[in-house]
Ligand binder design. Structure first.
Ligand code: IVH
Length: 662
């Protein structure tokens, strides 16, 4: 019986791996998402039955694990060099001339490929299994980000084909533009700072301590090189790319062999401006001598290989005119100046607005209405004004002045010391209110269908809704009297509002729009406290002791619940019978709601494994001991946490006792 489960597990893993490869690497799926989900579900069930058979290479392990405390350092067996940059054809020709001179022949074959604008990583496989992934770091040592890399579906966890005994491959992790935009939209909704460009987003995602969050980020990889390996060598770079493809890696299809410098020039011409047609950022081309023997003969300096060079395109710029400078009011009252431009085509799309960020930026640029400006769109999705062209022209319009009051509600605006942003102080500012209501109703919050911009605008403008709870006071006749509202739609809206009362604690906490509380933090809070009442009473120290919550978030949560208006809001929502209790606390396992602190070294399992087990059983791990701590697990050489636990009378578990408990 068991033996057949074992075989089934192996078969499911093989099948899923094959479908992952077809979907994520070859872009040729053979089964529907549904069928794929079923396979995964079946594997998960079998693994739940036999947890001892779960290996890190199982496709179920791509979801990420409990947060790490930091990254270990990895020494690269073969240094990860960087490329020498060239910025025009002449500089690149100089590189070619040096290669010709050093090799003593004019007949050199190159491979030209895209230079992906992401983050260089190294992936190590032993006996075909992915064992370690690292950042480039300073080239000699990087950081161990295995757990994060494992979540990227196009990185094979086991190799296919005739792979060498040990293999270290190198590639670039990146985020495509669509994924980046979606992530930023979500971040803005959650009041998290958006990433400046896809590269930063990829880098940030790879450096998260919680690999579960990395798993939710749309990351991908192009693999382009081999570092250390034990096994038969490749004869050429092109052959190596083919080999890597065979082992299951994703290699970029644009790589071409070039027999002459003219061929290279042709490719440079072809890609000029064509980069925008890709759905990911490229910051140039890489030219590599193809034959490995020739590469070895050329060797490297201590920084760059002499057999390769990067060719960088200048970031695309365009000229246009500032027609107007507007200011926008966001959900938190932040007032952002925006330049409205004469539409201009740059890097693949028409641009008609560019953010001016804040007052200081405008002062720095000295940009005014009517100015001819240069805008740049280099990787960044939101275009930037980089300089003013006709500043010395006569009859220039006066300097832009930030409004003295909120452009929406005329209330006072404030710029807190040390901050660059002006904010409207009126919590009831209609612009803010509208944004807040839209957030409250959004898909990931209370999910109130039919409550879109047009309706929210009218509800606020007619004074029918001034806070969240008033949505629940709305009667059919209030809604059907709105413009362009058919009877049926009014009915639908009222039903959707009613239904949202069941959304649950986590969605409600998120929907309230507490600064710095995104979806994930809201979930953690709901799981930890179980009810709005307990959460709203949680002292600052308690909040801050939660792993995912730092001082800034804790402070903002406290501030929110201490505010008089918010107290009233919650009280009213309660009267309307919104669900304010977590249905199932923290997974509902046998450690449901229990708080753990780990100290010292455990013998039978790593800290991450211990954490995972606690979380899986419904418990929580915090970093410091407080009166709220239920258990301190003490391994060898425990630290001050043990003393503190003794002082507070917290129950202390040995590793054995802990094992028994879980
Ligand atoms: S080859 C020794 N190929 O650019 C050869 N690098 O400044 C070094 N990069 O650190 C790498 N696309 O992260 C190579 N097709 C490509 C690349 C590429 C992007 C990155 C890589 C490297 C940096 C070099």
């Amino acid at each position: 019986m068991s033996e057949s489960d074992r075989q089934k597990i192996e078969q499911f893993r093989k099948d899923i791996q094959r479908h992952d490869h077809l979907y994520y690497v070859k872009d040729q799926p053979e089964i529907t998402d549904r069928e794929y989900d079923r396979l995964m579900e079946q594997l998960k069930q079998l693994e739940a039955k036999h947890p001892e058979w779960v290996t890190p290479e199982s496709p179920t392990q791509r979801v990420g694990g409990a947060p790490a405390e930091g990254f270990d350092t990895v020494v690269h067996k073969v240094p990860m060099l960087s490329l020498d940059n060239t910025y025009n054809v002449e500089e690149l020709r100089d590189f070619h001339k040096r290669v010709v001179k050093n090799l003593g022949t004019e007949e050199i074959e190159y491979v030209v490929e895209l230079k992906i604008d992401g983050l260089g990583v190294s992936l190590t496989y032993k006996n075909g299994k992915f064992v370690q992934g690292a950042t480039r770091g300073d080239g000699k040592t990087g950081e161990d980000i295995t757990a994060n890399l494992r979540t990227i579906k196009s990185i094979p966890l086991t190799l296919a084909g005739k792979f060498p005994k040990e293999l270290e491959v190198r590639g670039e992790v990146y985020m495509n533009r669509k994924g980046f935009e979606k992530l930023n939209q979500q971040r803005e909704k959650n009041e998290e700072a958006p990433f400046a460009n896809p590269r930063n987003a990829a880098a940030g995602s790879l450096r998260l301590l919680d690999s579960r969050i990395t798993a939710s980020r749309p990351l991908d990889i192009w693999v382009y090189n081999v570092g250390y390996f034990e096994g038969p060598a490749f004869k050429s770079h092109f052959e190596m790319l083919e080999g890597l493809r065979e082992f299951g890696f994703r290699t970029n299809p644009s790589s071409r062999r070039c027999q002459s410098f003219e061929d290279i020039e042709k490719m440079i011409g072809e890609w000029q401006g064509k980069q925008a047609t890709l759905d990911y950022d490229v910051d140039g081309l890489v030219v590599k001598v193809n034959a490995i023997a020739a590469q070895n003969k050329l060797g490297s300096t201590n920084k760059h290989p002499r057999w390769a060079a990067a060719f960088k395109y200048e970031a695309e710029e365009a000229e246009t005119v500032v027609e107007k400078i507007n200011v926008q009011v966001g959900r938190t009252g932040a007032i952002t100046p925006v330049a409205e431009l004469t539409p201009v085509f740059v890097s693949g799309s028409t641009v008609s607005r560019a953010t001016l960020h804040n007052e200081d930026e405008i002062t720095k640029l000295d940009v005014r209405v009517g100015d001819k400006v240069v805008i740049i769109k280099a990787g960044e999705i939101i275009p930037k004004v980089v300089r003013v062209l006709d500043r010395d022209r006569k009859g220039r319009k006066p300097k832009f002045k930030m409004p003295k009051t909120c452009p929406e509600c005329d209330s006072k605006i404030e710029r807190p010391e040390g901050e660059a942003v002006w904010r409207c102080v009126n919590a009831a500012c209609p612009a803010q209110l509208k944004e807040r209501l839209l957030h409250f109703a959004s898909r990931n919050a209370m999910d109130i269908d039919h409550l879109g911009t047009a309706i929210v605008d009218q509800l606020v403008d007619t004074g029918k809704v001034k806070s969240f709870y008033q949505l629940y006071d709305l009667k059919l006749e209030d809604v059907s009297s709105l413009e362009r509202m058919a009877e049926k739609s009014a009915d639908n809206l009222i039903n959707a509002i009613e239904k949202s009362k069941q959304a649950g604690l986590a969605r409600l906490v998120y929907g309230l729009g507490i600064r710095h509380v995104g979806q994930r933090v809201a979930q953690v809070l709901a799981q930890t406290y179980g009810s709005m009442d307990t959460l709203s009473d949680a002292p600052y120290e308690d909040l801050e002791a939660i792993d995912e919550i730092g001082p800034k978030i804790a402070e903002s949560i406290r501030e929110f619940f201490d505010e008089k208006h918010n107290k009233k809001e919650l009280c009213k929502l309660k009267q309307h019978k919104l669900v304010m209790i977590q249905g199932q606390k923290a997974g509902g396992g046998n450690l449901s709601g229990k708080q753990f602190v780990l100290t010292g070294t455990l013998e039978s399992l790593t800290r991450d494994e211990a954490k995972r087990k606690i979380v899986e059983a419904g418990g929580r791990v915090t970093s410091s001991v407080s009166a709220k701590t239920d258990y301190v697990v003490a391994g060898a050489d425990p630290g001050s946490k043990l003393t503190k636990a003794q002082k507070l009378g917290v129950e202390i578990l040995t590793e054995k006792e802990f094992q028994k408990l879980i």
